[in-house]
Design a protein around this ligand. Structure first.
Ligand SMILES: [Zn+2]
Ligand SMILES: [Zn+2]
Length: 157
């Protein structure tokens, strides 16, 4: 017989699996092994569209999963990136920033607050690449400046 707490645990894990269905499918579609670490990393990126660093992701996940190691998180990110499930950006310097949207889009980096904002711009260079016969998989436009929130704050001062 399961006691009351066991039931609770079963229900929680069923709910968790259900919630993660979406991420299980993403991994299955790419034929890569489904691991709890990869699932929680995907879930985090899906809930935080801020282009976080590996360290930010690790520190956050560590709170809920104390046994999680830094290496596992870094490896999970590297694998997801290599399989083009997520993309990594070097916009803010040497530290990679991660993005669950692996489609072609550009990024705006605010030098004041460090925010990285998605920019949907049609890139005319993709069409031009066709004449060379190459297939373009990624194109990164890094635009830097001061974001509108910081500009607003500056004016209010
Ligand atoms: Zn800003
Ligand atoms: Zn992005």
């Amino acid at each position: 017989m399961l006691n009351c707490n066991d039931y609770k645990l079963v229900i929680i894990s069923l709910l968790w699996v259900k919630l993660l269905d979406k991420y299980v499918k993403i991994l299955k579609d790419k034929n890569i092994k489904i691991t709890p670490q990869r699932l929680v990393v995907l879930e985090y990126l899906d809930k935080n569209w801020t282009h976080p660093t590996a360290d930010e992701i690790y520190c956050h996940l560590k709170k809920k999963n104390p046994s999680l190691s830094k290496t596992t998180v870094y490896n999970a990110l590297e694998t997801l990136d290599r399989h083009r499930i997520i993309q990594s950006l070097t916009i803010s310097g040497s530290e990679l920033r991660y993005d669950l949207d692996h489609g072609m889009h550009h990024h705006f980096y605010c030098r004041k607050c460090g925010a990285i904002i998605d920019i949907e711009l049609k890139c005319p260079n993709i069409e031009k690449m066709k004449q060379y016969g190459h297939e373009v998989e990624e194109i990164h436009g890094y635009i830097k400046g001061i974001c509108k929130n910081c500009l607003k704050k500056r004016k209010e001062k």
